[in-house]
Design a binder for this molecule. Structure first.
Ligand SMILES: Nc1ncnc2c1ncn2[C@@H]1O[C@H](COP(=O)(O)OP(=O)(O)OP(=O)(O)O)[C@@H](O)[C@H]1O
Ligand SMILES: [Mg+2]
Length: 143
């Protein structure tokens, strides 16, 4: 089912993430899709705070590819911003993410980069698409 929600602040985006988190379980893959600054990392902060982890530990810009958090539910946060080559992305996913798939919620910024590969592997995933309407307004569509 498709659901679009308007967020008018960073805090509202985190609140939406919290509701979304409640329905997630380890083994889920979540693709976050949307342009620079649309709120993907903010959404991840909302998710990891909901798991009882301090959101300060969640870096915003993309210095690392993946970071794991052990909370009420385990979360692996991935940011594919800097990976553009298809082979690199697939190799990264197979070698670095494969072991996490069963026991973590895997949440991926720039998720569109791995979408075709997941389909090919017959791995199920959820999608959150972010649209920037104006300075503080975002539309989040949950798919
Ligand atoms: N409704 C909103 N929801 C989320 N962020 C908002 C909202 N309104 C304004 N912002 C601002 O937009 C920016 C979102 O940054 P964030 O790092 O979450 O985006 P991102 O999609 O992860 O970017 P990147 O593509 O660089 O990783 C922040 O500066 C935040 O304050
Ligand atoms: Mg980000």
């Amino acid at each position: 089912m498709e659901l679009s929600i308007i967020s008018e602040s960073e805090d509202q985006t985190k609140q939406i993430a919290k509701k979304f988190y409640e329905k997630l379980q380890e083994g889920d893959i979540v693709l976050l899709i949307g342009q620079l600054g649309c709120g993907k990392t903010t959404f991840v902060k909302g998710i990891i705070e909901s798991a009882g982890i301090n959101g300060q530990n969640c870096p915003s810009p993309t210095f690392i590819l993946a970071q794991e958090f052990k909370g009420d539910k385990n979360i692996l946060h991935i940011d594919l911003y800097r990976l553009n080559n298809k082979e690199d992305i697939e190799e990264f996913f197979i070698n670095q993410v494969g072991n996490y798939l069963d026991s973590y919620i895997v949440i991926i910024e720039w998720g569109e980069k791995i979408l075709d590969f997941l389909l090919k592997q017959k791995l199920l995933f959820k999608k959150v698409v972010f649209e920037i309407k104006d300075t503080n307004t975002r539309i989040l569509t949950l798919l």
